[in-house]
Design a protein around this ligand. Sequence first.
Ligand SMILES: Cc1ncc(COP(=O)(O)O)c(C=O)c1O
Length: 360
Amino acid sequence: MKFINQMEPSFNEQEKNALNEYMEAGGWITEFKKTREFEQMICDYTSAKYCSVVSNGTVSLSIALMACGVGVGDEVIVPDYTMVATPNSAELIGAKAVFVDIDRSNLCMDFNKMKEAVTEKTKAVLLVSINGRYPSNIDQFVNYCKEKEVSLIEDAAQSLGSFCNGKHLGRFGCIGSFSFSAPKIITTGQGGALITDDKELFEKIKKIRDFGREGGGSDHYLTKGWNFKFTDIQAVIGIEQMKKLPERVARKKEMGKLYKKYLSDIDGIELIPTDLEQTAPWFFDILCERREALIAYLKEKNIGSREFYPALHAEPAYDYNGSYPVTEEIAQKGLWLPSSINLLDDDIRKICECIREFYQ
Ligand SMILES: Cc1ncc(COP(=O)(O)O)c(C=O)c1O
């Protein structure tokens, strides 16, 4: 059996032909018409009014924070369980990441813990919809942040194609941020996007990503800005990938159902509740006993897997004291199973059989 990667990007002739056509036509290569077209497709899909595509999903978070006026010395609340880019995006602009524990039922930030962490220095909350899941009380986050005049920014890097009550994730906060890095549901190699319905924020975002320029090509700088721009080469790929998004979302949901069907009765494994009507799982995740041994067993059978992120507060990069019991537990038990869009039903069946064998 060929090795099954835990995740791999997927592209075919469509991306190749579109790139070829673009290069033949002699495009400008840097961000231009194709980038605007890609942004419009993201607006159409998410129903957001405005979209700005940028270099990656880390700087998109930093840009979102800057656009909301967050800066040096301000505090930004983040979940302890997330990809490290979430806190790092705050630290990049001189703000301090403040970690809070997560809710075990959806692995998103715990609302009450978030409230306890708010101080007079808190300027923003980065709410991560981890693996396409959303907090069941997302409206409470929205209302509380409004009341406290704290910017609610959604890190929806893993959530393109996922919704909450029919509304696309990333549209509950003032800005939503996405990533198009290689393992995401659609990829442009690297890339990020910000969506918002707020024109003023959108205008700020456009300037921050382009040196603070008044407009394209102008050398008049209205604000401090940097080069966080995209390229039309990536946009050409992104456009083709976006065309495939609806079918990928449907397939991810089908795959989620299959994993659930095959794994739900295995002792030693816990499935995390997933609303497959709304969520297109990014990775298929389990909490498991004897994780190290399971990883080794799967590897022997040519099956890749990946451990969950660690509890970030305890990583050498942060080394903060504090008690984050839910994150600490799931960081030790969590495992991502093969999740590429190219997996066949039969691959999933075989992977699950191997897991069953291991626990028997
Ligand atoms: C939750 C989360 N936030 C931010 C990022 C950063 O995105 P990028 O890798 O595009 O910088 C990622 C990437 O995986 C992520 O999963």
